[in-house]
Design a protein around this ligand. Structure first.
Ligand code: RIB
Ligand code: CA
Length: 320
């Protein structure tokens, strides 16, 4: 049984990942910690509590976390998630509980301190909470065996900046603190969520035909789906956070990955927030130019098996 704390900026794709995690029998979600990202942290917390109701399994505690990035201005992603982060549907089931009173960073550190060094972190929002935990109690955070992150990417036309994926771009200083800290991590980049990982109209129909949970998964993503209909004439959407769940539970579905010493650019006028991947390149060039070699700190996943991912997701949703 893999124990995880899920750190989330619960927007619409996070919601599907949370639901998957709560339904995956090989995973125990110890707690959810929320952070401002897709939407500000109070709404993200409400969305998280609401999603737990649709998973209809067990109800881990939810702790509200950082409302703002460490240093930079806060920028949300309501363009693709809706003003409430969940497609502005407004008719979803109400949460049956409140968030716990303890601040998320304190709760994360307490749970790790009390644990047996077997609690991993699954981070699917900006990394502000994790960075704050590292700054507050580095020795406790060293107990984390592994961190799985949805984040980063190769240069592409992200709606926010050409170079930076949203979770990293939202709080680059936090992301670089986590990358440079020393706990090994897997980073599932935005490239891993495209291609045959994307859901089309036929897939949307299949979600709807499944059950209430299936309908919830597409309804909360309706802002992104409607955006695709307006732009491309056909509804479609991708699910980065569910994609990032795959290395935790179905590593057989990883198609392309590479080891890397990964950091984040903090100073580039155009490249701030870009993830910088230094592969363990044996070439003599490093010697020739006296480049310092860094041991890999991460596994970067850039491609997943789309049909296998979709089959796994639908099986999880169908389990009730
Ligand atoms: O870039 C995609 C990531 O940013 C996802 O985690 C999405 O939910 C947003 O947080
Ligand atoms: Ca997210």
């Amino acid at each position: 049984m893999k124990k995880i704390i899920i750190d989330t900026d619960t927007g619409s794709d996070d919601a599907v990942a949370l639901l998957m995690a709560l339904r995956e029998p090989s995973v125990q979600v110890v707690a959810f910690t929320t952070v401002s990202g897709n939407i500000e942290v109070n709404q993200a917390t409400y969305n998280c509590l609401q999603t737990i109701e649709y998973a209809d399994t067990y109800r881990p505690p939810v702790y509200k976390g950082a409302s703002h990035p460490l240093y930079c201005a806060y920028e949300n992603a309501d363009q693709v998630h809706g003003k409430d982060g969940m497609g502005d549907v407004g008719t979803f089931k109400k949460p049956t509980r409140e968030a716990e009173p303890e601040f998320a960073v304190d709760a994360m550190l307490r749970l790790l301190r009390e644990g047996d060094g077997d609690i991993e972190i699954f981070a699917i929002g900006p990394l502000t909470n994790l960075a704050m935990a590292i700054l507050q109690e580095p020795e406790t955070m060293k107990k984390v065996p592994h961190i799985t992150i949805m984040g980063g990417g190769l240069p592409y036309n992200n709606p926010h900046t050409v170079w930076a994926e949203f979770n990293v771009m939202c709080d680059p200083e936090a992301a670089d603190i986590v990358c440079g800290f020393g706990v090994p991590f897997t980073m599932v980049t935005l490239e891993a969520c495209w291609g045959d990982m994307r859901f089309d109209e036929a897939d949307i129909k299949r979600f709807r035909e499944l059950n209430e949970a299936g309908r919830f998964c597409v309804d909360c993503n309706c802002t992104a789906i409607d955006l695709a209909r307006r732009v491309h004439g056909e509804g479609s959407f991708d699910l980065p956070d569910p994609a990032a769940f795959i290395p935790l539970v179905r590593p057989d579905l990883i198609r392309t990955s590479f080891e890397s010493y990964t950091r984040v650019d903090l100073k580039g006028e155009h490249t701030r927030g870009a993830t910088i991947f230094e592969t363990p390149d044996p070439s003599f060039m490093k010697e020739a130019f006296g480049q310092k070699h860094h041991e890999p700190n991460s596994l970067i996943v850039t491609e997943l098996d789309g049909p296998g991912f979709k089959q796994y997701l639908w099986e999880l949703l169908d389990r009730r």
